[in-house]
Design a protein. Structure first.
Length: 307
């Protein structure tokens, strides 16, 4: 039988108002920041910058002058070394804006012995690593409802401080879903969480964010035990969002129905995403974080090209 647990009280926030699952981020984040930067550095080697001509300050290449162009674009020094006339092109530097939301609600504290880390830790590592990767690539990133879009060095530390401050000042369990505020067109959103909320609430959040044409990507984080339901015999299940408990004598008798309902829920979330042109990815916490980050970065690149 696989052991599954919630993070013990010493891993939860000390404030009594956080007893239903919010973690003590001030203590946990330093190690997660290191992990996020390591993951970002690993993925960075496999990602190429978006090289094309356009408005910017960075030199990209010389190309032959085309008759009809403005002569002010000619690089006379380079042209003097050849029998052709050349134009100096600069690299395209139109930064995109990406909004990253990481689920910090109570259900994200779940971890089994099969997982590399709790769902919350994986969501934070992925979100912070993605922010680091995007800023290195010249993009702007922000946390919905918490920060404006930024393109600054030390973005990982900046976001970590914002999350800690939000935990300290709100005094309540973080929301299970991002704010449904409409995002500007030609921006992208990345939502990372377990998305075990009611489908109507998930639909409202995604449709609200996408209502002005913003593109998006949903990463559903899952613990391997959540998929296999390995429980047998007399088992007590605890609801992390309330004091409710469920005691069953033959837990294995629920397995088939549970797996079917989980699959139906995921299919419905996928359809919600597809209805707005958003992507959907399932990521399990027994898989490397770098794997999910690389796939996500590729999706973002594709989304930017289509914008």
């Amino acid at each position: 039988m696989v052991d599954a647990r919630l993070l013990d009280p010493s891993e939860r926030a000390a404030d009594a108002r956080h007893q239903r699952g919010a973690l003590d981020l001030a203590r946990r984040l330093p190690a997660l920041l290191v992990a996020a930067k390591d993951v970002a550095a690993t993925v960075m080697h496999g990602v190429h910058g978006r090289k094309r001509a356009g408005v910017g300050e960075t030199f990209w290449q010389f190309r032959p002058f085309v008759w009809g162009e403005s002569t002010t674009r000619i690089d006379w020094r380079r042209s003097a070394r050849d029998d052709r006339i050349y134009v100096r092109e600069r690299e395209w530097e139109a930064a995109h804006t990406v909004w990253i939301w990481m689920d910090r609600s109570a259900s994200m504290a779940y971890a089994s012995t099969l997982a590399m880390q709790p769902k919350l830790d994986r969501a934070l590592v992925l979100g912070l690593a993605l922010a680091d990767l995007l800023v290195r690539g010249g993009e702007r990133v922000g946390l919905p409802g918490l920060t404006r879009a930024l393109a600054t060095r030390g973005i990982v530390e900046r976001f970590a401080q914002v999350l800690i401050e939000d935990e300290r000042t709100t005094g309540a369990n973080p929301a299970e879903l991002p704010p449904a505020d409409a995002l500007p067109p030609r921006t992208q959103a990345v939502l990372i969480g377990d998305f075990l909320s009611a489908l109507n609430d998930i639909r409202a959040a995604i449709h609200g964010m996408a209502s002005r044409g913003a593109r998006g990507h949903v990463v559903m984080i899952a613990d391997p035990v959540e998929e296999t339901f390995p429980f047998t015999g007399h088992t007590e299940f605890l609801d992390v969002d309330s004091s409710a408990t469920l005691r069953v004598g033959e837990a294995q008798s629920f397995r088939a129905d549970y797996i079917a309902r989980l699959a139906a829920h995921r299919d419905a979330v996928r359809e919600i995403c597809l209805s707005r042109g958003w992507s959907f990815t399932l990521h399990r916490t027994d898989k490397p974080a770098a794997q999910a980050l690389l796939a996500l970065r590729m999706r973002l690149e594709a989304g930017q090209g289509a914008a």
